[in-house]
Design a protein around this ligand. Sequence first.
Ligand code: NAP
Length: 307
Amino acid sequence: MSVVYDRVALIGLGLIASSMFWAIKRGGLAGEVTGYARSAGTRDTARKIGLCDRVCESVAEAVEGADLVVICVPVGAMGPVAEEMRAHLKPGATVSDVGSVKKSVIEAVAPHIPEGVHFIPAHPLAGTEHSGPESGFAELFENRWLLIVPAAEDADPEAVARLRALWEGMGANVDVMDPDHHDLVLAVTSHTPHLIAYTMVGVADDLRRVTDSEVIKYSAAGFRDFTRIAASDPTMWRDVFLTNKDATLEILGRFTEELFALQRAIRTGDGDLLHDYFTRTRAIRRGIIQAGQDTSAPDFGRTKGTR
Ligand code: NAP
């Protein structure tokens, strides 16, 4: 593979940025990758494990001369980070991000993008419940979707094509989507399921009649998957719900209605309704496996989880 950008800067050095670094290096997709994280501890860890060709002491130093800057911090922190880098961006550079929510990120970041710099938001649909600089691995994006979500309809086609080439080089399948639709789709496929997992684990925690040891001991079934999801980074997910409020509330409303319908079916003994419902959901699961987005292995192939 060949170099897509001479210099890439990664701002925030957690799971996504570190996975990007290893994938970029594996593919020889950039000449140099600089990195910055706000805490000295994270920067020290990054240097120790060889994460980034150069770990910088400031946002300004990291983005200086970069052809591509990728903001990899929680979505609520993206606006202030963009403001900090604003005066130091190279003319003609591209600023992108990896945030799980797009509309609010665009609103927060776009005002800080100077004239002559391209802003092309993106979101990799890949992750694990782990976070921090040591959690990344080069294969994270392989055969996963990367959604490019242009902030404006007149996004520079050449800049979009280059960003696409970088993500394809990292193994991702790339699609383009508009911000409102992105936030609704993700509310269905990721955000609301996470909220439900957090709730279910919280409920089990509240049920004092079921002891902690029983929850742990007998959690080989569905609950185990809930606990994995509910172990996800609290800051990241707090920001997701605060910034994708409308879409999440809409889906949550529908979820609650369906739950009441199932609750009623259980109370009234309506086995046909339950059977039909579960038949429909089973077909969705099969569709996901056929689309190559999960495996039918008994442990869901989740030695390295996906989201
Ligand atoms: P992570 O592993 O928790 O790393 C977050 C990084 O952001 C750390 O370097 C942290 O710095 C920095 N950071 C946190 N709060 C900050 C603030 N207020 N100001 C400046 N920097 C801050 O996170 P991640 O999982 O890589 O997620 C990064 C982004 O990717 C998020 O926007 C998330 O929505 C998106 N995303 C995540 C996943 C996933 O499954 N994890 C999937 C797709 C997209 P310190 O280490 O110095 O604290």
